[in-house]
Design a protein around this ligand. Structure first.
Ligand code: GAR
Length: 187
């Protein structure tokens, strides 16, 4: 059995999509979801889906040793950042080499880095008048959005798109591709 642990900070629609996708696969399970936000909707989703979910605060996260031990106790084959917004500390990265991946809602290296997440990315894409956007799935290293790229997919956008409709197009790409890319990495 391959085990996935998900870290998510917000709504958790990707987390739910990944959990649902692997319900159909006897060889892979989502063992747990962790969030850094007490009120994150991902906690409600996990309750409904009956997946163990845990909240941790900044102190627990910065004290990497204990957080690492908790995660090592789950023996994850892959740690998936699905809308997780804190930078991952180096000891954490070193404890799980080539094992932590992130999804970013744009075509990196465009629109990456500190402060570029969620709606802010889509707003910037809109303001620049780009004709396409997309998703990037990449390994996580010490710098925001700079780890080796695993997969990208794009979608056309036009001047008629709003930041919200761009977000919707990007979410559809995420739902379609993220679970499949995870599955490939695990097999
Ligand atoms: C997703 O679009 C993901 O790509 C983005 O946050 C959203 C979370 O949505 N991640 C980042 O911006 C990371 N820099 P969700 O909570 O509904 O899955």
């Amino acid at each position: 059995m391959k085990r996935i642990v998900i870290l998510a900070s917000g709504s958790g629609s990707n987390a739910e999509n990944i959990i649902s996708f692997f319900r159909e696969n006897d060889l892979v399970e989502v063992s747990a979801v962790f969030t850094n936000k007490k009120t994150a909707a991902v906690l409600d989703r996990c309750e409904r889906l009956k997946v163990p979910a845990f909240y941790f605060n900044r102190g627990a996260f910065s004290d990497s040793d204990s957080f690492i031990k908790v995660l090592q106790g789950l023996s994850p084959d892959l740690i998936v950042l699905a809308g997780f917004l804190w930078k991952i500390p180096s000891p954490f990265i070193n404890a799980f080499p080539n094992c932590i991946i992130n999804i970013h809602p744009a075509l990196l290296p465009k629109y990456g880095g500190k402060g570029m997440y969620g709606a802010k990315v889509h707003q910037a894409v809109k303001e620049n008048g780009d004709s396409e956007t997309g998703i990037t799935i990449h390994y996580v290293n010490e710098n925001y959005d700079e780890g080796a790229i695993i997969f990208q997919a794009s979608t056309p956008i036009s001047s008629e798109d709003s930041a919200e409709s761009i977000a919707e197009k990007v979410h559809q790409l995420e739902y379609e591709h993220f679970p499949k890319v995870i599955e490939k990495l695990l097999m």
